[in-house]
Each structure stands twice: as C-alpha cells, then as structure tokens.
Design a protein around this ligand. Sequence first.
Ligand SMILES: O=P(O)(O)OC[C@H]1O[C@H](OP(=O)(O)OP(=O)(O)O)[C@H](O)[C@@H]1O
Ligand SMILES: O=c1cc[nH]c(=O)[nH]1
Ligand SMILES: [Mg+2]
Length: 211
Amino acid sequence: MRLHVVDHPLVAHKLTTLRDQRTDSATFRRLADELVTLLAYEATRDVRTEQVDINTPVAQTTGVKLSHPRPLVVPILRAGLGMLDGMVRLLPTAEVGFLGMIRNEETLQASTYATRMPEDLSGRQVYVLDPMLATGGTLVASIQELIKRGADDVTAVVLLAAPEGVELMERELAGTPVTVVTASVDERLDEQGYIVPGLGDAGDRMYGAAE
Ligand SMILES: O=P(O)(O)OC[C@H]1O[C@H](OP(=O)(O)OP(=O)(O)O)[C@H](O)[C@@H]1O
Ligand SMILES: O=c1cc[nH]c(=O)[nH]1
Ligand SMILES: [Mg+2]
C-alpha cells in the first residue's frame, strides 16, 4: 500500500478551519468539497490516459485523454457523499457507484447497508471517498469488496487518517494495488475510536446527528 500525505499550505489552511469546532455545517461542507479537489489533483496523478491526435488552430499535435474503461468513483455513505462533487469536478466523465457503511459505536465494527456499483470491475481504476480513516475497518471492508469485483487499482481519498487505520490497511491489504491520499495522519485514536485531534464525527458535522 502506498501512503501519500499532501503537504500544501492551502490544504493545511482549509483543514485547520474544518477541524475548528466553531465551523458550521454549511462551511464544513464547502471546505470538505474544496479540500477534496486539492487532494484529487494528487490522487489522480496516475489516472490512465491514452494518446490522441488533435488539430489546434495552428498545427497538428498529440495529447492525451482519459482511457477506457472510465474510472469509477465510490463515495462511502454518509460522510463520503460530501466529497463526491469535489472529485467529479476533476473527473467529470467518471462513473459513480455507492457503498453505504456504518461503524457500530460500541464495537467499532463496520457493516455494509447499501451497495450500488458494477458487479464486474475488471481492469477498472477506482477512487474511494471517505473523510475519515480511523480504525480502518470501513475502508478495508470497502476495498476488499472492490478488489473482489476485479478492481485492479484502488485509490482512497481521505481527509484525515489515524496511524492505527493506516497500519490496519497495510496489514490487511498487503500486496494489493492500493494508494491512500490524505491531508494528514493525526496522532492517534481515543477510547471511542475518534481521531485525535481529528475533526469529530464527519457525518454529523456535514449533515447533523443521524439519530
Ligand atoms: O475507520 P473506521 O473506524 O471504520 O471509521 C471511519 C468511518 O466512520 C465514519 O462513518 P460512520 O460510521 O460514522 O457513518 P456516517 O458517515 O454515516 O456518519 C466515517 O465516515 C468512516 O466511514
Ligand atoms: O474521528 C472520527 C472517527 C470515525 N468517524 C468519524 O466521523 N470521525
Ligand atoms: Mg458518522
């Protein structure tokens, strides 16, 4: 597994406001959207392209276009939905699939409650979106499902990661073609499985407490 922490002053600036508990939901959603676009720029560095011939008004030249099959973007509901627009702004031709995952607040075990994506992902590049990589249970289960369907290159775009989650991914996804792109690897998890210092519950901060 490859880990890429995006070191950029604009990323750090937006992340700081996102972390601030005074930031309201509307501002949180806007900042998450902006941050994703910055992370997506790095995350798509290896997006597959093919050569094309074009004519400019002046001369013939060669350029590139995104290859077929087109990439698949998979936001993990709920909180990952807040990252979708920022990602498809950079990849407007991408196909979008959905995975609904919930982490049990006591056991911290992740379970799947909704799946809507192609059965066959052979040869596909997939971008998974989830703001938080905490214990790693959610992302490991999601990526295992994508690999089972044949995805041969998976990039997870996460706003924040905990060292514990990165370790779990390295252990459980060893030997698989997975890259994690994040704005920060924070200090640790607390007793409730929250990232410290983190930003709190990303889904609740975007959309309000679900229950
Ligand atoms: O790495 P993990 O320990 O598995 O935790 C991370 C997951 O927890 C949060 O989702 P949550 O279960 O709160 O669902 P929500 O997005 O609907 O709020 C977050 O959005 C991740 O999906
Ligand atoms: O800190 C955390 C950990 C898991 N999920 C969140 O939304 N925040
Ligand atoms: Mg949540």
